[in-house]
Write a protein that binds this ligand. Structure first.
Ligand code: SF4
Length: 383
Protein backbone atom coordinates (compact mmCIF):
# COMPACT_ATOMS: atom_id res chain seq x y z
CA UNK A 1 0.00 0.00 0.00
CA UNK A 2 1.63 3.23 -1.08
CA UNK A 3 1.80 6.48 0.90
CA UNK A 4 -0.99 8.11 -1.09
CA UNK A 5 -3.46 5.29 -0.35
CA UNK A 6 -2.51 5.33 3.30
CA UNK A 7 -3.22 9.03 3.48
CA UNK A 8 -6.56 8.55 1.72
CA UNK A 9 -7.60 5.88 4.19
CA UNK A 10 -6.34 7.86 7.18
CA UNK A 11 -8.38 10.83 5.97
CA UNK A 12 -11.50 8.68 5.57
CA UNK A 13 -11.12 7.22 9.05
CA UNK A 14 -10.49 10.65 10.59
CA UNK A 15 -13.61 12.02 8.87
CA UNK A 16 -15.71 9.04 9.98
CA UNK A 17 -16.23 8.09 6.34
CA UNK A 18 -17.08 4.51 5.58
CA UNK A 19 -14.37 2.29 4.08
CA UNK A 20 -15.13 0.39 0.89
CA UNK A 21 -14.62 -3.23 -0.14
CA UNK A 22 -11.47 -2.23 -2.04
CA UNK A 23 -10.16 -0.33 0.99
CA UNK A 24 -10.61 -3.45 3.09
CA UNK A 25 -8.81 -5.73 0.64
CA UNK A 26 -5.94 -3.26 0.35
CA UNK A 27 -5.66 -3.00 4.12
CA UNK A 28 -5.18 -6.75 4.27
CA UNK A 29 -2.29 -6.30 1.84
CA UNK A 30 -0.63 -3.73 4.10
CA UNK A 31 2.57 -5.03 5.70
CA UNK A 32 2.96 -2.18 8.19
CA UNK A 33 1.23 -3.74 11.15
CA UNK A 34 1.95 -0.90 13.54
CA UNK A 35 0.37 1.66 11.19
CA UNK A 36 -2.68 -0.56 10.77
CA UNK A 37 -2.92 -1.16 14.51
CA UNK A 38 -2.60 2.55 15.23
CA UNK A 39 -5.45 3.35 12.87
CA UNK A 40 -7.72 0.69 14.36
CA UNK A 41 -6.73 1.78 17.86
CA UNK A 42 -7.82 5.34 17.13
CA UNK A 43 -11.28 4.04 16.19
CA UNK A 44 -11.39 1.71 19.17
CA UNK A 45 -10.38 4.48 21.53
CA UNK A 46 -12.95 6.89 20.12
CA UNK A 47 -15.68 4.25 20.63
CA UNK A 48 -14.60 2.65 23.88
CA UNK A 49 -11.81 4.66 25.50
CA UNK A 50 -9.39 2.56 27.53
CA UNK A 51 -12.13 0.17 28.67
CA UNK A 52 -11.86 -3.56 28.09
CA UNK A 53 -15.09 -5.35 28.85
CA UNK A 54 -15.27 -8.97 29.94
CA UNK A 55 -17.90 -11.26 31.35
CA UNK A 56 -17.83 -14.19 33.68
CA UNK A 57 -19.50 -17.09 31.97
CA UNK A 58 -19.56 -20.79 31.44
CA UNK A 59 -19.80 -22.57 28.12
CA UNK A 60 -22.15 -25.55 28.03
CA UNK A 61 -22.54 -27.98 25.14
CA UNK A 62 -25.66 -30.04 25.74
CA UNK A 63 -24.78 -32.58 23.07
CA UNK A 64 -21.87 -33.26 20.74
CA UNK A 65 -23.96 -35.47 18.49
CA UNK A 66 -24.36 -33.78 15.14
CA UNK A 67 -25.99 -34.60 11.84
CA UNK A 68 -23.47 -32.45 9.99
CA UNK A 69 -19.76 -32.96 9.37
CA UNK A 70 -18.30 -29.50 8.92
CA UNK A 71 -14.72 -29.72 7.69
CA UNK A 72 -13.22 -27.59 10.48
CA UNK A 73 -14.98 -29.23 13.43
CA UNK A 74 -13.39 -31.68 15.89
CA UNK A 75 -16.37 -31.49 18.21
CA UNK A 76 -18.94 -33.43 16.20
CA UNK A 77 -19.71 -37.03 17.05
CA UNK A 78 -22.04 -39.43 15.31
CA UNK A 79 -24.69 -41.41 17.22
CA UNK A 80 -23.14 -44.49 18.80
CA UNK A 81 -19.57 -43.19 18.91
CA UNK A 82 -17.90 -44.03 22.19
CA UNK A 83 -17.55 -40.43 23.36
CA UNK A 84 -20.84 -39.14 21.97
CA UNK A 85 -22.96 -37.62 24.73
CA UNK A 86 -26.23 -35.84 25.35
CA UNK A 87 -26.98 -34.25 28.69
CA UNK A 88 -30.17 -34.58 30.60
CA UNK A 89 -31.49 -31.25 31.80
CA UNK A 90 -30.47 -32.16 35.37
CA UNK A 91 -26.87 -32.66 34.25
CA UNK A 92 -26.82 -29.24 32.56
CA UNK A 93 -28.15 -27.69 35.77
CA UNK A 94 -25.54 -29.53 37.86
CA UNK A 95 -22.68 -28.28 35.67
CA UNK A 96 -24.00 -24.74 35.64
CA UNK A 97 -24.36 -24.80 39.43
CA UNK A 98 -20.69 -25.76 39.79
CA UNK A 99 -19.90 -22.24 38.64
CA UNK A 100 -22.09 -20.48 41.22
CA UNK A 101 -19.10 -19.70 43.49
CA UNK A 102 -17.55 -17.84 40.53
CA UNK A 103 -20.64 -15.62 40.36
CA UNK A 104 -21.14 -16.26 36.66
CA UNK A 105 -23.55 -13.95 34.89
CA UNK A 106 -24.01 -15.91 31.67
CA UNK A 107 -24.31 -19.42 30.29
CA UNK A 108 -23.17 -19.74 26.68
CA UNK A 109 -24.88 -22.78 25.18
CA UNK A 110 -24.18 -24.24 21.72
CA UNK A 111 -24.69 -27.78 20.55
CA UNK A 112 -24.50 -30.29 17.74
CA UNK A 113 -27.50 -30.72 15.44
CA UNK A 114 -28.80 -33.84 17.15
CA UNK A 115 -30.72 -36.05 14.72
CA UNK A 116 -33.34 -37.44 17.10
CA UNK A 117 -33.64 -35.15 20.12
CA UNK A 118 -37.09 -33.57 20.03
CA UNK A 119 -37.35 -29.80 19.77
CA UNK A 120 -39.15 -29.65 23.15
CA UNK A 121 -35.91 -30.69 24.87
CA UNK A 122 -34.31 -27.30 24.23
CA UNK A 123 -36.83 -24.92 25.83
CA UNK A 124 -37.21 -27.41 28.68
CA UNK A 125 -33.47 -27.25 29.41
CA UNK A 126 -33.57 -23.44 29.29
CA UNK A 127 -36.51 -23.38 31.70
CA UNK A 128 -34.75 -25.67 34.17
CA UNK A 129 -31.53 -23.65 33.98
CA UNK A 130 -33.44 -20.42 34.49
CA UNK A 131 -35.32 -21.84 37.47
CA UNK A 132 -32.07 -23.03 39.05
CA UNK A 133 -30.01 -19.91 38.28
CA UNK A 134 -32.49 -17.05 37.85
CA UNK A 135 -29.79 -14.37 37.87
CA UNK A 136 -27.78 -15.92 35.06
CA UNK A 137 -28.43 -14.84 31.46
CA UNK A 138 -28.93 -17.58 28.88
CA UNK A 139 -27.10 -16.89 25.64
CA UNK A 140 -27.89 -19.92 23.59
CA UNK A 141 -28.05 -21.49 20.13
CA UNK A 142 -26.55 -20.43 16.83
CA UNK A 143 -28.73 -19.40 13.91
CA UNK A 144 -27.82 -22.81 12.50
CA UNK A 145 -29.45 -24.48 15.49
CA UNK A 146 -32.56 -22.31 15.21
CA UNK A 147 -32.79 -23.30 11.54
CA UNK A 148 -32.38 -26.97 12.61
CA UNK A 149 -35.18 -26.54 15.17
CA UNK A 150 -37.42 -25.30 12.35
CA UNK A 151 -36.72 -28.50 10.50
CA UNK A 152 -37.26 -30.91 13.40
CA UNK A 153 -40.29 -29.12 14.84
CA UNK A 154 -42.14 -27.90 11.76
CA UNK A 155 -42.46 -24.54 13.52
CA UNK A 156 -41.34 -21.21 12.14
CA UNK A 157 -38.21 -19.49 13.46
CA UNK A 158 -40.52 -16.82 14.81
CA UNK A 159 -42.50 -19.31 16.92
CA UNK A 160 -39.27 -21.00 18.02
CA UNK A 161 -37.72 -17.73 19.15
CA UNK A 162 -40.91 -16.76 20.97
CA UNK A 163 -40.88 -20.01 22.91
CA UNK A 164 -37.16 -19.81 23.69
CA UNK A 165 -37.49 -16.20 24.85
CA UNK A 166 -40.41 -17.24 27.04
CA UNK A 167 -38.14 -19.98 28.46
CA UNK A 168 -35.47 -17.43 29.36
CA UNK A 169 -33.36 -16.90 26.24
CA UNK A 170 -31.62 -13.53 26.38
CA UNK A 171 -29.42 -13.69 23.29
CA UNK A 172 -28.55 -15.99 20.42
CA UNK A 173 -24.88 -16.84 20.00
CA UNK A 174 -22.99 -15.57 16.96
CA UNK A 175 -21.83 -18.89 15.54
CA UNK A 176 -22.68 -20.69 12.33
CA UNK A 177 -21.47 -17.70 10.33
CA UNK A 178 -18.04 -19.09 9.39
CA UNK A 179 -17.48 -17.43 5.96
CA UNK A 180 -20.61 -16.39 4.09
CA UNK A 181 -19.12 -16.40 0.58
CA UNK A 182 -20.55 -19.47 -1.10
CA UNK A 183 -17.41 -20.56 -2.95
CA UNK A 184 -15.66 -21.00 0.38
CA UNK A 185 -18.69 -21.96 2.42
CA UNK A 186 -19.66 -24.93 0.27
CA UNK A 187 -16.22 -26.43 0.94
CA UNK A 188 -16.26 -26.15 4.72
CA UNK A 189 -19.87 -26.13 5.98
CA UNK A 190 -21.98 -29.28 5.97
CA UNK A 191 -25.37 -28.05 7.11
CA UNK A 192 -28.07 -26.11 5.35
CA UNK A 193 -27.79 -22.74 7.04
CA UNK A 194 -26.14 -20.18 4.82
CA UNK A 195 -26.22 -16.39 4.61
CA UNK A 196 -29.90 -16.23 3.67
CA UNK A 197 -31.13 -18.17 6.68
CA UNK A 198 -28.40 -16.99 9.07
CA UNK A 199 -29.30 -13.35 8.35
CA UNK A 200 -33.05 -14.07 8.38
CA UNK A 201 -32.83 -15.55 11.86
CA UNK A 202 -30.66 -12.78 13.31
CA UNK A 203 -32.96 -10.18 11.71
CA UNK A 204 -35.92 -11.87 13.40
CA UNK A 205 -34.12 -11.98 16.74
CA UNK A 206 -33.25 -8.28 16.47
CA UNK A 207 -36.88 -7.55 15.70
CA UNK A 208 -37.81 -9.22 18.99
CA UNK A 209 -35.45 -7.00 20.94
CA UNK A 210 -32.53 -9.41 21.25
CA UNK A 211 -29.06 -8.06 20.59
CA UNK A 212 -26.79 -10.70 19.13
CA UNK A 213 -23.12 -11.32 18.40
CA UNK A 214 -21.78 -12.16 14.93
CA UNK A 215 -18.71 -14.27 14.24
CA UNK A 216 -16.36 -15.05 11.36
CA UNK A 217 -14.16 -18.16 11.14
CA UNK A 218 -10.93 -17.11 9.43
CA UNK A 219 -7.50 -18.51 8.73
CA UNK A 220 -8.38 -21.56 6.63
CA UNK A 221 -9.01 -21.63 2.87
CA UNK A 222 -10.56 -18.18 2.58
CA UNK A 223 -8.77 -15.14 1.16
CA UNK A 224 -8.83 -11.58 2.51
CA UNK A 225 -11.55 -10.61 0.04
CA UNK A 226 -13.84 -13.23 1.59
CA UNK A 227 -13.27 -11.76 5.04
CA UNK A 228 -14.06 -8.29 3.73
CA UNK A 229 -17.21 -9.53 2.00
CA UNK A 230 -18.28 -11.26 5.23
CA UNK A 231 -17.87 -8.12 7.30
CA UNK A 232 -19.61 -5.89 4.78
CA UNK A 233 -22.64 -8.18 4.66
CA UNK A 234 -22.86 -7.80 8.43
CA UNK A 235 -22.39 -4.04 8.15
CA UNK A 236 -25.33 -3.83 5.72
CA UNK A 237 -27.54 -5.94 7.97
CA UNK A 238 -26.52 -3.83 10.95
CA UNK A 239 -27.58 -0.69 9.05
CA UNK A 240 -30.98 -2.30 8.73
CA UNK A 241 -31.51 -3.71 12.24
CA UNK A 242 -28.93 -2.22 14.62
CA UNK A 243 -29.09 -5.50 16.52
CA UNK A 244 -25.49 -6.71 16.47
CA UNK A 245 -23.69 -5.88 19.68
CA UNK A 246 -20.26 -7.35 18.95
CA UNK A 247 -18.23 -8.87 16.14
CA UNK A 248 -15.98 -11.84 16.91
CA UNK A 249 -13.31 -13.07 14.49
CA UNK A 250 -12.55 -16.70 15.39
CA UNK A 251 -9.25 -18.20 14.35
CA UNK A 252 -9.55 -21.63 12.76
CA UNK A 253 -7.74 -24.14 14.97
CA UNK A 254 -5.50 -27.04 14.10
CA UNK A 255 -5.58 -29.90 16.57
CA UNK A 256 -2.25 -30.69 18.19
CA UNK A 257 -3.27 -34.35 18.13
CA UNK A 258 -4.53 -35.02 14.63
CA UNK A 259 -8.30 -35.57 14.47
CA UNK A 260 -9.66 -36.92 11.16
CA UNK A 261 -12.86 -34.96 11.71
CA UNK A 262 -10.90 -31.71 11.32
CA UNK A 263 -10.37 -32.19 7.60
CA UNK A 264 -9.17 -28.68 6.77
CA UNK A 265 -6.01 -29.22 8.74
CA UNK A 266 -4.23 -30.96 5.84
CA UNK A 267 -4.95 -28.07 3.47
CA UNK A 268 -4.13 -25.10 5.65
CA UNK A 269 -1.65 -23.31 7.86
CA UNK A 270 -3.08 -21.78 11.01
CA UNK A 271 -3.22 -17.99 10.88
CA UNK A 272 -0.21 -16.41 12.56
CA UNK A 273 -0.64 -13.94 15.43
CA UNK A 274 0.27 -11.14 12.99
CA UNK A 275 -2.53 -12.25 10.66
CA UNK A 276 -4.90 -12.38 13.62
CA UNK A 277 -3.99 -8.84 14.64
CA UNK A 278 -4.46 -7.65 11.07
CA UNK A 279 -7.88 -9.31 10.95
CA UNK A 280 -8.93 -7.56 14.14
CA UNK A 281 -7.68 -4.21 12.88
CA UNK A 282 -9.32 -4.39 9.46
CA UNK A 283 -12.56 -5.62 10.98
CA UNK A 284 -12.57 -2.68 13.43
CA UNK A 285 -11.99 -0.23 10.59
CA UNK A 286 -14.66 -1.67 8.29
CA UNK A 287 -17.37 -2.33 10.83
CA UNK A 288 -18.12 1.23 11.82
CA UNK A 289 -21.63 0.51 13.06
CA UNK A 290 -20.95 -2.24 15.62
CA UNK A 291 -19.82 -1.03 19.03
CA UNK A 292 -17.63 -3.88 20.17
CA UNK A 293 -14.94 -6.16 18.79
CA UNK A 294 -14.11 -9.29 20.75
CA UNK A 295 -11.03 -11.45 20.97
CA UNK A 296 -12.02 -14.94 22.05
CA UNK A 297 -8.77 -15.64 23.87
CA UNK A 298 -9.24 -19.42 23.83
CA UNK A 299 -8.69 -19.42 20.08
CA UNK A 300 -5.90 -16.86 19.97
CA UNK A 301 -3.81 -17.44 23.09
CA UNK A 302 -3.34 -14.97 25.89
CA UNK A 303 -0.43 -12.99 24.45
CA UNK A 304 -2.22 -12.32 21.16
CA UNK A 305 -5.35 -11.47 23.15
CA UNK A 306 -3.42 -8.81 25.05
CA UNK A 307 -1.90 -7.41 21.88
CA UNK A 308 -5.28 -7.39 20.15
CA UNK A 309 -6.38 -4.67 22.58
CA UNK A 310 -4.11 -2.35 20.59
CA UNK A 311 -5.61 -3.53 17.28
CA UNK A 312 -9.22 -2.57 17.77
CA UNK A 313 -10.42 -5.12 20.32
CA UNK A 314 -12.24 -3.92 23.44
CA UNK A 315 -13.84 -7.17 24.65
CA UNK A 316 -12.20 -10.32 26.02
CA UNK A 317 -14.53 -13.28 26.39
CA UNK A 318 -14.90 -14.53 29.34
CA UNK A 319 -14.13 -17.17 31.98
CA UNK A 320 -14.76 -20.01 29.61
CA UNK A 321 -15.02 -23.55 30.93
CA UNK A 322 -14.86 -26.60 28.68
CA UNK A 323 -14.71 -24.83 25.36
CA UNK A 324 -14.91 -27.58 22.76
CA UNK A 325 -16.17 -26.45 19.37
CA UNK A 326 -13.16 -26.30 16.99
CA UNK A 327 -10.87 -26.66 20.01
CA UNK A 328 -11.36 -30.20 21.16
CA UNK A 329 -7.72 -31.16 21.31
CA UNK A 330 -5.83 -27.96 21.98
CA UNK A 331 -2.47 -28.76 23.46
CA UNK A 332 -0.80 -25.44 22.85
CA UNK A 333 -0.98 -24.46 26.49
CA UNK A 334 -3.92 -22.07 26.22
CA UNK A 335 -6.04 -22.59 29.31
CA UNK A 336 -9.74 -23.23 28.97
CA UNK A 337 -10.62 -21.49 32.21
CA UNK A 338 -9.87 -17.98 33.43
CA UNK A 339 -11.26 -16.69 36.67
CA UNK A 340 -12.34 -13.10 37.27
CA UNK A 341 -9.00 -12.27 38.91
CA UNK A 342 -7.09 -13.74 35.94
CA UNK A 343 -9.04 -11.58 33.49
CA UNK A 344 -8.45 -8.47 35.56
CA UNK A 345 -4.74 -9.26 35.61
CA UNK A 346 -4.62 -9.93 31.87
CA UNK A 347 -6.36 -6.66 31.00
CA UNK A 348 -4.43 -4.49 33.42
CA UNK A 349 -1.15 -6.04 32.39
CA UNK A 350 -1.88 -4.93 28.82
CA UNK A 351 -2.44 -1.38 30.08
CA UNK A 352 -6.22 -1.14 29.95
CA UNK A 353 -9.08 -0.65 32.39
CA UNK A 354 -11.26 -3.70 33.05
CA UNK A 355 -15.04 -3.41 33.10
CA UNK A 356 -17.23 -6.40 33.89
CA UNK A 357 -20.30 -6.46 31.67
CA UNK A 358 -23.47 -8.52 31.38
CA UNK A 359 -24.77 -10.30 28.28
CA UNK A 360 -26.37 -7.09 26.98
CA UNK A 361 -23.12 -5.17 27.57
CA UNK A 362 -24.47 -3.23 30.52
CA UNK A 363 -21.80 -2.40 33.08
CA UNK A 364 -21.79 -4.60 36.17
CA UNK A 365 -18.64 -3.22 37.73
CA UNK A 366 -15.85 -0.81 36.79
CA UNK A 367 -12.39 -1.65 38.08
CA UNK A 368 -9.26 0.43 38.50
CA UNK A 369 -6.88 0.56 35.57
CA UNK A 370 -3.32 -0.72 35.66
CA UNK A 371 -1.10 0.17 38.59
CA UNK A 372 1.70 2.24 36.98
CA UNK A 373 4.30 1.01 39.46
CA UNK A 374 3.75 -2.56 38.34
CA UNK A 375 5.21 -1.83 34.94
CA UNK A 376 8.65 -1.49 36.52
CA UNK A 377 8.63 -5.21 37.20
CA UNK A 378 8.46 -7.99 34.60
CA UNK A 379 4.88 -9.23 34.65
CA UNK A 380 4.07 -12.86 34.00
CA UNK A 381 0.97 -13.07 31.84
CA UNK A 382 -0.01 -16.51 32.95
CA UNK A 383 1.03 -19.16 35.44
S1 SF4 B 1 -19.66 -26.95 13.45
FE1 SF4 B 1 -21.61 -27.36 14.48
S2 SF4 B 1 -22.98 -28.04 12.80
FE2 SF4 B 1 -20.86 -28.23 12.01
S3 SF4 B 1 -20.24 -30.36 12.51
FE3 SF4 B 1 -19.55 -29.08 14.23
S4 SF4 B 1 -21.21 -29.22 15.72
FE4 SF4 B 1 -22.03 -29.88 13.75
Amino acid sequence: MDARRRQEIEAKVAAGERLSFDDGVELYGCTDLSWLGGLAHSVRTAKNGDRVVFNVNRHLNLTNVCSASCAYCSFQRKPGEADAYTMRAEEAVRLARQMEPEEITELHIVNGLHPTLPWRYYPRVLRELKAALPGVALKAFTATEIHWFERISGLSAEAILDELIDAGLESLTGGGAEIFDWEIRKQIVDHETHWEDWSRIHRLAHGKGLRTPATMLYGHIEEPRHRVDHVLRLRDLQDETGGFIVFIPLRYQHDAVRDPRNRLQDRTEMATPAEALKTFAVSRLLLDNVDHLKCFWVMHGLSTAQLSLNFGVDDLDGSVVEYKITHDADQYGTPTTMHRADLLELIRDAGFRPVERDTRYRTIREYDGPDPTRRDQPQPVWG
